[in-house]
Every structure is written in C-alpha cells, then in structure tokens.
Design a protein around this ligand. Sequence first.
Ligand code: HEC
Length: 131
Amino acid sequence: MNKLILPALSVLAISRVFAADEVDFKKDIAPVLETSCVKCHNPEKKKGKLDMTTKEAFMKGGGDGKIVEPGKADESEMIKSILLPEDHDDAMPPQDKAPRPTAAQIEALKKWINAGAAWPDGVTLKAPDSK
Ligand code: HEC
C-alpha cells in the first residue's frame, strides 16, 4: 500500500471516533436522567424542590439553586451529587432507590454539561414506569 495512504486513513479513523464521541441529548442524556433521576424529580414529586423533566425546570434547579453550570461539569451540583460515595447522605440517586449512572453515562453527562448543556426545545422527560 502507498506509504501516504495509511496515515491518511488513520486521520480519517480518528476524526470518526471524535464524531462518534459527541453527546446526543435524546440518545445519551435523556435515558440516563429518566432511569436514575426523574422518578423523584418531576412536577408531582419534586424532591429537593427539583423538577428535572423540562429544560426550564432543570435549568432553574432545586431549593439550593442551579444544579448545572453549563461549561463546568466539575462545578455542577448534579455531577457532584452523582460522584459522591453510594452511601453518602447526599448521593444521587439515593442508595438503592434507582439505578446509579454507569461510569460511561457519567462521562456522557459531564461532556454534555461541558459542551453547554443544550436541552432541545419541547423535550419533556418521563420516568420509565410513569405513563
Ligand atoms: C429516590 C428518589 C431520588 C432519586 C431517584 C434522585 N433523587 Fe435527587 N433528591 C432526592 C431527595 C429526597 C432530595 C432532597 C435531599 C435533601 O434536601 O436533603 C434530592 C435532592 C437533589 C439535589 C439537590 C437539590 C437542591 O437544590 O437542594 C440534586 C442536585 C439532585 N437531587 C440530583 C439528582 C440526580 C442528578 C439524580 C439522578 C442521578 C437524582 N437526584 C435522583 C431524591 C432523589
């Protein structure tokens, strides 16, 4: 094979990986929040005064204020609460109450926040068991 073709192909392959790395709200974020959070953070059950089902409510945050700082995942209360040890009183989701996000899901959440936490207009989240 021509010596120039291989490097060119690997550059292509790498840019593919980066493209695949982009976080998609509906595919990568909504299901995580719905599975792990929305059961307790919705308009009927606003634990901590926090409703995570709409863009407006999510961005407003809970009783203690905003839960995400767009562009700053590590300073976002939502990420901090997810990263607490499972048995910590403030850990989210509370121990044994809902599936904890996996490491890959947490990475996706962080990437999403660091990319600006864009929530498409009109998307409303629902807990998996609610109709
Ligand atoms: C089983 C119910 C339950 C689930 C599931 C749950 N939470 Fe909570 N959450 C609570 C309760 C209860 C509080 C209030 C705690 C308090 O005030 O001491 C709370 C409070 C919070 C707060 C603080 C809000 C504020 O301003 O005081 C954040 C942030 C939060 N939850 C994020 C999450 C995230 C993110 C998830 C999903 C990964 C999640 N929660 C899943 C019950 C839940």
